[in-house]
Design a protein around this ligand. Structure first.
Ligand SMILES: [Zn+2]
Length: 259
């Protein structure tokens, strides 16, 4: 396989890899958004469970307090009867003190009940809001799930087809060249770069003139001293025909001598 053929294969491989990477990003994004919505629904469900448990506890305490208040009212009633029956000052004072203490306790319990009732009311509102939010998220998951799954399936199929195509190209390349490509690709997603005028088109650095002169023979690949991409020479016109982003002004500096 000539260097020219290898260049063609490398370019095909690099553009395939761009496609595959783009597909994988989309796959990741779609999976991520669906998973994100599901995770939000799980969080909301967990919060609802906790909030409902808390509310149930508050309601239980409230009904206990109400019972307690009724009992205190009865006790106060009994103390009043005691006061009415008191036969001397000592008994009167004792009965009055009892009534006062009971009334104070009653007031405290009443305040506690009021605080708790307000808190329970807030909790109920918050539960309603969370419940509405959960229904919205569940609806969004159900609404997008099918479409997302279909689109994911399509993306996976395209990706598999691309990877198969890739295998065919890889088989044609010399193993050391492919290994080098893969090793560069871990740092530079686009692992190859062309030059036609002594400038690396990957990083736009000027190559050492000697190196560039050697490259023009097109009998070996080089590596860009600056970005480490696999570097190869292509004459300017062919690049321009492929729609490369070359600057026309620079083409005159290198002679596209090789046909
Ligand atoms: Zn470079």
């Amino acid at each position: 396989m000539s260097i020219r053929d290898q260049i063609a294969s490398l370019e095909a491989l690099a553009s395939l890899d761009v496609d595959v990477r783009r597909m994988e990003e989309q796959i990741g994004k779609q999976r991520g958004s669906l998973e994100g919505m599901r995770a939000e629904a799980r969080d909301l469900e967990a919060r609802l469970k906790t909030d409902r448990e808390t509310l149930a506890m508050m309601d239980k305490t409230r009904s206990e307090l109400q019972i307690e208040l009724r009992q205190m009212t009865q006790q106060i009633e009994r103390s009043r009867e005691k006061l009415a029956r008191s036969r001397n000052e000592r008994e009167t004072n004792a009965a009055q003190r009892e009534i006062e203490e009971l009334r104070k306790l009653h007031r405290d319990r009443e305040e506690e009940l009021e605080r708790l009732t307000n808190a329970a009311e807030e909790a109920r509102k918050s539960i309603d809001a969370t419940d509405t939010k959960l229904k919205g998220v569940v609806g969004a998951v159900e609404g997008t799930q099918e479409g997302t799954m279909q689109s994911l399936e399509q993306l996976e199929a395209n990706r598999a087809a691309r990877l198969q195509e890739r295998d065919g190209i890889v088989k044609k390349l010399p193993v050391p060249l492919y290994r080098r490509y893969e090793s560069i690709r871990t740092k530079r997603p686009y692992a190859i770069a062309a030059t036609h005028d002594g400038t690396c088109q990957g990083c736009h650095m000027t190559l050492p003139p000697m190196m560039f002169q050697t490259m023009k023979r097109q009998d070996a690949f080089e590596q860009c001293p600056s970005c480490r991409r696999i570097l190869y020479y292509v004459p300017a016109p062919s690049r321009a025909a492929e729609g490369g982003d070359d600057e026309p002004g620079k083409q005159s500096s290198s002679s596209p001598s090789r046909a």
